[in-house]
Design a protein around this ligand. Structure first.
Ligand SMILES: CC(C)(COP(=O)(O)OP(=O)(O)OC[C@H]1O[C@@H](n2cnc3c(N)ncnc32)[C@H](O)[C@@H]1OP(=O)(O)O)[C@@H](O)C(=O)NCCC(=O)NCCS
Length: 153
């Protein structure tokens, strides 16, 4: 049975072990973390201290991860979604993203956003199906080659 819980710092080494190439690293977190991943600086690089981070577990093994990051002006930003490579295409990405989205909506944010590479067809399909669409990047959001999306109910 899959469960969602608040992430522990120790989950991050497992998540880092899923990143097997520089291109996956870029899909996962843009330019924020360089590959190979330095595990000591990873928590700070992914804003672990200021974010709500969620871990999906199955039979106690960590199988997926995602974050909700507070942004200026009351915006909430979904970030760093990833599923263990051997557990993909089983609904875990949708489960974690839906949970992040519902958690964000319950907080009445000014907007709910995310960044995604326009080449990441799987993630794009998932986000569009949950109600995200391309939007103008706000000035307070760091410039990025990724597509900026916002949720509209
Ligand atoms: C993106 C990612 C999190 C999706 O995780 P997942 O657990 O495989 O996702 P799900 O099984 O919930 O599938 C989500 C949707 O994508 C579709 N999908 C999954 N893998 C796919 C693939 N390889 N090609 C096309 N569609 C795919 C599924 O069919 C599903 O859509 P549906 O519910 O309409 O059928 C996963 O591929 C991943 O970890 N990628 C590397 C990191 C990354 O790119 N993160 C995104 C950062 S923006």
């Amino acid at each position: 049975m899959v469960r969602l819980r608040a992430s522990k710092l120790s989950d991050l080494s497992i998540v880092a072990s899923w990143i097997e190439s520089a291109s996956t690293c870029r899909l996962w977190c843009g330019t924020r973390v360089s590959y190979p991943i330095d595990r000591a600086s990873l928590p700070e690089a992914i804003e672990f201290g200021i974010s709500d981070s969620w871990t999906a577990t199955s039979s106690r093994a960590v199988v997926a991860f995602g974050q909700l990051v507070p942004k200026p002006g009351g915006r909430l930003h979904l970030a760093r979604l990833i599923t263990a490579p051997e557990d993909r295409r089983a609904g875990l990405g949708r489960l974690v993203t839906s949970h992040l989205l519902e958690t964000a909506r319950a907080r009445n944010p000014s907007a709910i956003s995310l960044n995604v590479s326009s080449e990441n067809e799987t993630a794009l399909h998932l986000y569009k199906s949950l109600g995200f669409s391309a939007a103008n990047r706000p000035q307070d959001e760091a410039d990025s080659p990724s597509m900026y999306m916002e949720f509209s109910a």
